[in-house]
Design a protein around this ligand. Structure first.
Ligand code: APR
Length: 254
């Protein structure tokens, strides 16, 4: 955990910030019981990404890919947002400008009440028609039909997520870089900061003069660039920062 003086400095910077941005990764959902990708019990330790999370894998065996996503949806459907998700949803209403950028596809930020979210890698509760390209919400767990088919044209549906080797939506990415280059403070929570282009966003923020705050249980390639690097669990650290921030604001009002 950060020292008292470090926390005071961070909270003071936060209190004076007009534009706050947050980038989250799988680590923020770890305390909700959703496995990360590269952690000890991470998904990529158990499964081969090339067999499950690439367009080639899908064209080779759409049934296998959908069985895996159906399994993941089944797990995620039972999970609840943790205090870290909830505080970010509340902060959205507390700052003049607050933007949340997530690499997560689990939808827990929305479940916690966050509205202003840029989903870089898509959403596991959305499906896309491989023929017409239409995107629809689908919360069916388990899926009645695997692989699921488009109700209007009968073509295969695919998860509306970004697979390895695929490009991100240019509009979502442009928004994310704009947010990063104009924020005063950027929190980077629960990401290993190795997957591009997401991992470039905090560096863009730093280059634009923002204070970068990393919250992670481990060091990452970003740690040496961060102004504040707080080691610990997001669900424990964010409540502490929030408590200090509210105490500071209250003391200034008195
Ligand atoms: N609180 C804070 N950080 C945590 C916690 C926690 N409770 N638990 C784990 N972490 C940290 C880990 O130390 C690690 O640095 O979260 C990070 C999770 O890293 P990854 O598993 O690599 O997940 P992420 O960075 O989101 O992956 C990026 O890669 O596989 C693709 O598309 C997928 O969006 C994903 C992208």
């Amino acid at each position: 955990m950060a020292s008292k003086s470090e926390l005071k400095e961070l909270v003071d910077a936060l209190r004076r910030a007009n534009r706050v941005a947050v980038l989250t990764g799988a680590g923020i959902s770890a305390e909700s019981g959703i496995p990360t990708f590269r952690g000890e019990d991470g998904l990529w330790k158990k499964f081969r990404a090339e067999e499950l999370a690439t367009p080639e894998a899908f064209s080779r065996d759409p049934k296998l890919v959908w069985e895996w996503y159906d399994w993941r949806r089944g797990i995620i459907a039972q999970k609840k947002p943790n205090p870290a998700h909830k505080i970010l949803a509340r902060w959205e209403k507390s700052f003049p400008a607050f933007s949340l950028i997530t690499q997560n596809i689990d939808g827990l930020h929305q479940k916690a009440g966050s509205k202003n979210i840029s989903e870089l890698h898509g959403n596991i509760w959305k499906v896309r028609c491989t023929e017409e390209g239409t995107v629809t919400e689908n919360y069916e767990t388990p899926l009645k039909e695997i692989p699921p088919r488009c109700p209007s044209c009968g073509a295969l549906l695919r998860p509306h997520v970004v697979w390895f080797g695929e490009s991100l939506s240019s509009s979502v990415l442009n928004t994310a870089f704009l947010i990063s280059s104009t924020c005063n403070v950027m929190f980077v929570i629960g990401t290993s900061a190795v997957v591009q282009p997401a991992a470039s966003l905090p560096l863009t923020a730093a280059k634009s003069g923002a204070k970068v705050v990393e919250i992670n249980t481990d060091a990452t390639p970003l740690t040496s660039y961060a102004d504040f690097s707080i080691k610990g669990k997001a669900g424990e650290i964010l409540p502490k920062i929030d408590k200090e921030l509210r105490a500071l604001i209250k003391s200034l009002r008195n």
